[in-house]
Design a protein around this ligand. Sequence first.
Ligand code: S3P
Length: 173
Amino acid sequence: MNILLIGFMGSGKSTIGRKLAKLLEYSFVDTDSVIEEDQGCSVAEIFKYGGEECFRKMETRLLQKLKNVENSVIATGGGIVLREQNQRLLQEIGKRVYLKVPQEELQKRLKNDRNRPLLKKKDPETVVQKMMKERVLLYKQAEYIVDAGQRSPQKIASEIINKLCNEDHDNNF
Ligand code: S3P
């Protein structure tokens, strides 16, 4: 079985994903990092020279490859849910867990971010607000929804394991 962590930038997908993989003795995959390694440059550079669409195509190609992995925790980029094709692929690959963080908390975490290309705007707060509005329903399609607001990565990872063990689905019965 694979577990896919989805959610907005700054929701802790990579940190929690690493912890979760360790607890389960699963492999850990971070889609942004795999793309960066494959391309030999950063996500920011891909956005700068190829544009967002180019990056989104890379995400889709990577998801197609990930259909073959097993026993992996996969931390995804926050925008991976935007393509319908990706939503189907995510569903095929494994169980989706949405790491839900209140918007005010995300704003705080992302306030001084210098790396994420989509936040390099004059008014990042409004950008976050607008993007959350566009994406929240897509994230909520996940089989499991976990509150990732204030608790430690360890606690959140344990809750994910409990939910998966109890098949305590929040969605898609
Ligand atoms: C993006 C999120 C980023 C990265 C890229 C685009 C997004 O990943 O994939 O900058 O559209 O939300 P994180 O969610 O890991 O920051």
